[in-house]
Design a protein around this ligand. Structure first.
Ligand code: AMP
Length: 281
């Protein structure tokens, strides 16, 4: 496994690999890797000759009062885990390598970024699409791997790729969870024991919603109320949103049919968690 911090050197290396006909899979991450990230790396390894894992805590996707400074980091462990999962290359640039002085260019997907997480995190997706565009331009992957855990991010990236006519396959990988159902997240380290235990309610509420939909409930208001009631039983949970939306437009649906996304954002203490369920009805 080779570690690059420098864009020019990484580009030169990948250019040679491409001339040899090798395909490239990219897994963008912010590090502090867990089994969710590793599932993306393994999948990329199955489908490409070379797997590039980027590890970059991207400052432009954090709001001014968010956790950029305290975001968990452990590079040595990330290198070891990435290698174990099959990474060939790590791209770990410094902030000034990605955003040198007098950096002025941003990529923005409109509309679908102003809903769901976009409401409480204005500018977040603009930071995401900017850094992902830069990674796409630096690495020119054939395929890029994202987790369904960040469902809105997947929809936004797919839209960007389509709208900008990029020749990159976006592969969405399933959510990896703890045994108790809590979706793995680098931010789970912020949770104390009680918060962590209560946070399992997110998955439980989504499962109950699924059961009810499978029993033919189609009224999205009733499903949302069911989820809210289950979450409210935990005294530490503070719900930010519970939405049922069309998987492509992210617009609210009143009647559950077609491809839908049930998405939640709930705070436990200072920690904001998201979870979701995709269904074909
Ligand atoms: P992050 O480092 O949190 O920006 O995540 C990097 C990538 O890993 C994103 O595409 C995430 O959606 C994905 N990811 C994070 N957590 C999980 C999980 N529990 N299961 C699957 N993918 C995940």
């Amino acid at each position: 496994m080779i570690i690059f911090n420098n864009i020019k050197e990484l580009k030169a290396h990948l250019k040679k690999q491409k001339l040899e006909g090798k395909t490239i899979g990219l897994v963008p991450t912010m590090g502090f890797l867990h089994a969710g990230h590793l599932s993306l790396i393994s999948k990329a390894k199955q489908e490409n000759n070379i797997v590039v894992v980027s590890i970059f805590v991207n400052p432009t996707q954090f709001g001014p009062n968010e956790d950029y400074e305290r975001y968990p980091r452990n590079l040595e462990k990330d290198f070891e885990l990435s290698q174990g999962a099959g990474a060939d290359i790590i791209f770990n640039p410094e902030v000034k390598e990605m955003y040198p002085e007098n950096y002025y260019t941003y990529v923005e997907v409109t509309g679908i970024t102003e809903l769901l997480c976009g409401i409480s995190r204005p500018g977040h997706f603009k930071g995401v699409t900017t850094v992902v565009s830069k990674l796409f331009n630096i690495i020119s992957p054939d395929k890029a791997y994202f987790g369904q855990k960040d469902a809105q991010q997947c929809v936004v990236i797919k839209k960007m790729v389509k709208d900008l006519n990029l020749d990159i396959d976006i592969i969405v990988c399933p959510i990896i969870r703890e045994k108790d159902g809590l979706a793995l997240s680098s931010r789970n380290v912020y949770l104390n024991e009680k918060e962590k235990e209560q946070a399992t309610v997110l998955y439980q509420s989504l499962e109950k919603a699924k059961e009810k939909i499978e029993k033919n409930e189609r009224n999205s208001k009733i499903i949302k109320e069911l989820i809210r009631k289950i979450i409210n039983e935990k005294e530490l949970a503070k719900t930010e949103y519970i939405e049922i939306v069309d998987l492509e437009t992210l617009k609210e649906v009143k009647e559950i049919k077609g491809s839908i996304l049930i998405a939640l954002a709930v705070k436990f203490g200072r920690t904001r968690l998201i979870d979701n369920l995709m269904m074909e009805v």
